[in-house]
Ligand binder design. Structure first.
Ligand code: MRU
Length: 346
């Protein structure tokens, strides 16, 4: 059974609490935009498309909260809420992309503040619906590069939990499996937060898709043993030249894939492509608390006070990418030209 990642009823956003999975299936109830800010920062909800949709609903909650204020005061408080939501996590572009969609509607709105919330909710619903549709389309396009019997290596969680539903890289896995292909997934555990171990293995187990969990450093061995046919990863932000920010460790997998001549695909909706940044060097990489590394389930596993470097993402250079699987098809090198083509047509 697939669990709903988020649901919105006009006054409350419920988020499947991903901090508790796989042990507990519980929903976090966000009654205000501040709760949504907390949920994104603390990774109750995570994954680029999911935080974009959650932030959009968070802004709806701000519009509901301030609906009785005079226009000037409403606009001031609404702008603060928008800025706080936008600042929750820096790397995934879907967050600001979704907020900008709502902001431009609010800017053009000429009615009373009390009437804005409904209009914004319709746009947030559209973002959610379009994400789900994009994932299904990516699944179909991606399925074309998955051979019968494929052994697929992936990292982090890019499934229904990281999106509104279905998933990006894991969505391709889902489509190939539903298509009857006899596939096998190797899921990297994804230190330090273990999204691969706790979330990807949760989704694969629930759907009975054959899978093996490996620690991240097994990737080279697996590839050297000829056990990987294709690597599928998600993305948090793709630059105009195709350089791709994704979970820390992705760059390493891409280098290994290049060495062993294994196809390496990024699976992401067009909303993840940020053609305002020229290349990966311009992408802001989130650094998270050292505690994520020094502690495992609350237990200190290092000498106290050690220095830690904990970037949450890295950048895979475009040259290592075989193709970017989007809802409009597979973009193949030269990626800069293909990205300009699809983004120009939007
Ligand atoms: O830190 P996270 O768990 O939000 O990181 C998620 C990823 O890196 C995903 O690969 C990416 O957001 C794409 S999800 C479809």
């Amino acid at each position: 059974m697939r669990h709903v990642t988020m649901r919105f009823d006009g006054s409350r956003l419920e988020l499947l609490d991903q901090r508790l999975l796989p042990g507990k299936v519980e929903y976090f109830r966000a009654g205000s935009y501040r709760d949504v800010v907390y949920a994104i920062k603390e990774m109750v909800v995570r994954g680029a498309p999911a935080i974009g949709a959650a932030a959009a609903y968070g802004l709806c909650l701000a519009a509901v909260e301030y609906r009785h204020l005079p226009t000037g005061e409403f606009q001031q408080k609404f702008a603060v809420a928008l800025a706080e939501l936008a600042a929750t996590r820096p790397t995934a572009v879907n967050l600001v992309w979704a907020l900008k969609r709502l902001e431009s509607i609010a800017d053009a709105f000429t009615g009373a503040p009390a009437d804005l919330a409904g209009v914004l909710e319709a746009e947030a619903d559209a973002i959610a619906r379009q994400d789900a549709e994009a994932n299904r389309a990516m699944g179909q396009h991606g399925n074309e590069v998955i051979p019968q019997g494929a052994r697929i290596l992936t990292i982090c969680n890019t499934g229904s939990l990281a999106t509104v539903e279905w998933g990006t890289a894991l969505g391709v896995v889902r489509t190939a499996h539903s298509d009857g292909k006899d596939i096998h997934v190797f899921a990297c555990e994804t230190r330090p937060r273990l999204q691969g171990a706790s979330l990807t293995m949760f989704e694969l187990t629930e759907e009975q898709i054959p899978a093996t969990l490996v620690v991240d450093s097994v990737a080279a061995t697996l590839m050297n043993q000829g056990k990987v046919d294709v690597v599928l990863v998600g993305a948090d932000r793709i630059a105009a030249n195709g350089d791709t920010a994704n979970k820390i460790g992705t760059f390493m997998l891409s280098e290994l894939a290049a060495r062993f001549d294994i196809p390496f695909y990024v699976v992401a909706p067009l909303s993840t492509i940020d053609d305002n940044v020229r290349d990966g060097s311009e992408i802001v990489i989130e650094e998270r608390s050292g505690r994520e590394v020094t502690h495992i389930q609350g237990v200190l596993v290092t000498p106290p006070g050690v220095d830690v470097y904990n970037p949450a993402f890295d950048v895979t250079p475009a040259e290592n990418i075989t193709g970017i699987i989007t809802e409009q098809g597979i973009l193949r090198p030269p990626l800069d030209r293909e990205i300009a083509r699809v983004k120009g047509g939007q």
